[in-house]
Structures are given as C-alpha cells and as structure tokens.
Design a protein around this ligand. Structure first.
Ligand code: BES
Ligand code: MN
Ligand code: ZN
Length: 499
C-alpha cells in the first residue's frame, strides 16, 4: 500500500472512494459538510431519512453522489462528538478500512487526519489510520493450496487535509507508521508460521536476510557449541530434548555514533513449547507455536527502525530453541549452571522461557547496554492477571517503566506496570541450588519476572510478558504483531527526547 497526504477539499479530488465522517445526532464533519453542500444536501437527506445514524464504527457506502468527482463516498459514523477518544477513533477507523477493503476501489481519499480526537493531533490520527489499514488487510494464506478469493485491491491511500498544509511532522508520522505496520506484518507472519517451518534455524535465516536487505544491520548466529563455550548451561538444557539445533541470534542495528550505548531487545524464541517432560495438556497445544512471538517482535521492531533509519543503536538478541520431551530431555529435579554462574533447579521443564532468557540476558551485558528490554510469552499467569488487553510490564527502574507505558498508551499497544517487590523473591528458594525455576501458582507472572531480575542487576532493565497480547485464540486465531508498536514508539521517543 502507498500512502500520501494531500491538501484540498473532498469535492475537487478525484478518487475511487472518498471517506468522510458523520457524528451521532446529525452533525457532519467539516469534510462531510463540504460534500453535502456540493451535492445539494444529498448526505444530510440520507441522515434525515435515518439510514445513517452516525453510530460509532457504522459505515454507509454511496455511489455516484451528485457533483462529487469520486466514484464512491463512504460515510463513517463517529459516535457522539464528546466521546471521540483514542479507542473510539481506532474502532471507527478499523470499521472504515474494512468497508474500504470490501469495495473494489483502487485508491481512496480519507478525511481522518483532522477529526477532533481527545488529546490527539493529526500525526497521531494518521499513524492509527495507517496501522488500521494494514491490520484489516492482513491475511495469512500462504500455506493454503489455493489462494483466497477476497484479494485486496486498494493500493493507494491519501489523507486529505482541509485547511492545514502537509507538514514534515505529518510526513514523518506517515513514514514511521508504515514502517511499524510492516514490522507488525513480519512479526505476525513469523508467529503464524507453524513449528515445522518456523524453527530456530528459520528465525536465524530471517535475521540474516534482514542484514542482507539493510546495510545498517549486522547479524551473527551462535551454534550450540559456541553456547557451550560461553557456559550457557541453562539455555542448552532447554534444547536437550529436541532434534532441532538451538540458535543464539544477534542483530546489531547501527543508526547512531558507534560510541552511543545501545538499547538491547531480548526476545524469547521458543519455536514450539510442548512443556518438555512436564508435558502440557493436549488442548490448544498447537498455540505453543506462538512461543516465539517475543523473538518475532524483536525482528519486526528492528526491521521497522532500519526502514525509518532511526538514529539510535539497537541490538536484538534471540535465544531460540524448541522445548520437547525425549530420552535426552532435561528432567524435573535437574540442576544446571547458567552463564552467570548461578545454579538453577529445574522443577518444571515447562518454565523454559526464563531458562533461555537468563543466559541471553547475561550475554546482553557484552554490548554495554544503556537499557535492556526483554519480550516474552512467559506465563499463563499473566493472562489470568491482565487478560488479552495489556502486556505485563516489570522494571528495575521506574522511569524506564513510565517511558514504556507512555509508548504503549501512545500507540494503543498497552502495558500495565506490575510489582517486582523483594517479598516475592523467596518463592524461588531451592533446597539444592541457588534458585528453582518456578515459584508456585500465586503471582506466577511476578515470580517469573523475579527470576529474570536475578540476571539483570548490571543494567537498566524492563521485561514485557506478552503471553496474553501476542496472539488471539478462537475463531480469529492469529498473531497480533504486538508489541512492535510499543517498542518502536519507545525507540522513536528516545531519539526525539535526546534532541
Ligand atoms: N509459553 C508458556 C507460557 C504461556 C502459556 C503463554 C499459555 C501463553 C499461553 C511458558 O513457557 C509456560 O509454559 N509457562 C508456565 C510456567 C509454569 C510452569 C510455572 C505456565 O505459565 O504455565
Ligand atoms: Mn513452557
Ligand atoms: Zn514457553
């Protein structure tokens, strides 16, 4: 899809479809008013007849509106003007994009940028509309033998501005949003690919091909023997039962001066989590192909910032492995030594995410990071705590937590700050090793974060538990591409803040 911003009123610009908003109660947006006037109240007549009430996220497609140059007019209900907040705007824009994709219009002109959304500017409106355009167009049908029939034809989207000129701020909002949306597509594709295709080796290939297409990215892949030399006994214990070789993938993105300390993103890359010897129950076990969505979000974010040429140094680290039961698999009760030297009693082989992450987090120190953020589908307990709305956020520094929360709020990719209090740490006490890998049922997401905190004392660190937000179950099963928007926005904000 191609996006641009254009100044002008809707009646003059010719397009496959022009979209204008109408409010509940009959009030027209400024763009709708312009069309209404030109078409001799064609639109207000329809509203008077009651066929378009302006209810939020409702749409009505009109053909051949008198004196309007565009072939179609799409009316979009915006709800009550007083209620047009971020969430409502997003719902409306998604509905509009779905309706647009259902037409055979090849290009469209959307008057969405200047709507009065509470606390938001035009740049924000454009950002959310671009994300919605990609979101609603996304299909994962590459593994069907026959391609689906509803091929999307919409190629060009213009954002119309009635009065303001397309400024550099708006243009860069457009570029950034498209890069984020494409990063989400990469993250979704990787998440949706099954475990027999998306293996640790496949993720390594993806990282190598990102380096091939962007000369600002350098990718290195460590093999099991390299990890052995580094003393990554914890990570290696997870791959022990699997036929697929584990990989430790590193992507270095250089967008700023070599001397600038990087932000390191560490993504859990378990390409299938059967639970190992502590085998999971069979129902929905297929969804454990999504256990690499942390890794996918790192790849998506790095692709996005490379596309927009962000002036920052970022390192992505992906510890990737399968977690399988077999004669060679690790067993409950096994004790392993992590790269940090700390020993771990594995009481449950299904708590494998923290076992691969702890060694990757120790390894991260080698890059002398300014900040380290790990992203992981870490605990079912996080879904119980926060559902599918917010990712669980933990940090050893409140300021970093606030910055990540703000980026999530800005992109509507929300997170919620969870406690990392000392009182929870004793749940990890072991009789035989420095710690055990599970802390019992109470506060399961918190004790998982506590486990990681024992490996991140050397730097500023945050942890995102995305178990509830990385994919959807049920009829609409599929990866969401989260938290690529949150992470990318955080990095953008860092650059903007440093100026
Ligand atoms: N990948 C899972 C977490 C998960 C479960 C994500 C369900 C999404 C949906 C993780 O490796 C895991 O199995 N965690 C265990 C930890 C427990 C054994 C302490 C869990 O949450 O049950
Ligand atoms: Mn598990
Ligand atoms: Zn897992």
């Amino acid at each position: 899809m191609e996006f641009s911003i254009k100044q002008g009123s809707p009646e003059k610009l010719r397009n496959g479809c022009v979209l204008v908003g109408v409010f509940e109660g009959g009030k027209l947006s400024d763009a709708a008013q312009a069309l209404d006037k030109l078409s001799q109240h064609y639109i207000s007549d329809i509203i008077a007849r009651g066929d378009m009430t302006g209810k939020a996220a409702s749409t009505l497609l009109l053909h051949k509106v008198p004196d309007v140059a565009s072939e179609r007019v799409l009316l979009l209900g915006l709800g009550k003007p007083a209620e047009l907040d971020s969430r409502q705007y997003r719902d409306c824009v998604r509905a509009a994009m779905r309706a647009l994709h259902a037409t055979s219009a090849k290009d469209a002109l959307l008057y969405l940028a200047e709507l009065p959304v509470k606390g938001r500017d035009s740049a924000w409106c454009i950002n959310q509309a671009v994300l919605a355009a990609y979101e609603t167009a996304y299909r994962f049908d590459r593994l069907k033998s026959k391609p689906e029939k509803d091929k999307k034809v919409l190629k060009k989207i213009q954002f119309g501005l009635l009065t303001a000129k397309p400024t550099a701020v708006l243009e860069s909002a457009l570029i950034q949003a498209a890069a984020i949306a494409q990063g989400m597509v990469l993250a979704k594709d990787l998440g949706n690919l099954p475990g027999n295709i998306c293996t640790p080796s496949y993720l390594a290939q993806q990282a190598l091909s990102l380096a091939k297409s962007h000369k600002t990215i350098k990718t290195t892949v460590l093999e099991e023997k390299d990890m052995q030399k580094l003393g990554m006994g914890s990570l290696l214990s997870v791959t022990q039962g699997s036929a697929e070789p584990a990989k430790l993938i590193t992507l270095e993105y250089h967008g700023a001066d070599k001397k600038q300390k990087p932000v390191v993103l560490v993504g859990k890359g378990i390409t299938f989590d059967s639970g190992g010897i502590s085998l999971k129950p069979g129902g929905e076990m297929d969804e454990m192909k999504y256990d690499m969505c942390g890794a996918a979000s790192v790849l998506g974010t790095i692709q996005a910032i490379a596309e927009m040429g962000l002036k920052l140094n970022v390192v992505g680290i992906i510890p990737s492995s399968d977690n399988m039961p077999s004669g060679s698999a690790s067993k409950p009760g096994d004790i392993v030594t992590s790269m940090s030297g700390q020993t771990i009693e594995i009481l449950n082989t299904d708590a494998e995410g923290r076992l691969v992450l702890c060694d990757a987090l120790t390894y991260a120190a080698k890059f002398e990071p300014d900040t380290v953020i790990d992203i992981a589908t870490l605990t079912g307990a996080c879904i119980i705590a926060l559902g599918h709305v917010a990712s669980g956020l933990y940090s050893n520094q409140d300021k970093l937590a606030q910055e990540l929360l703000a980026a999530g709020e800005q992109t509507q990719d929300k997170a919620w700050h969870m406690p990392l209090w000392e009182e929870y740490q004793s749940q990890l006490d072991s009789n035989f090793a420095d710690m055990q890998n599970i802390g019992g049922r109470p506060g399961g997401s918190i004790t998982a974060a506590c486990f990681l905190s024992r490996y991140t004392k050397a730097y500023r660190w945050a942890h995102l538990d995305i178990a509830g937000t990385a994919w959807k179950s049920g009829k609409d099963k599929g990866a969401t591409g989260r938290p690529v928007p949150l992470l990318t926005q955080y990095l953008i904000n860092r650059v903007a803040g440093a100026k």
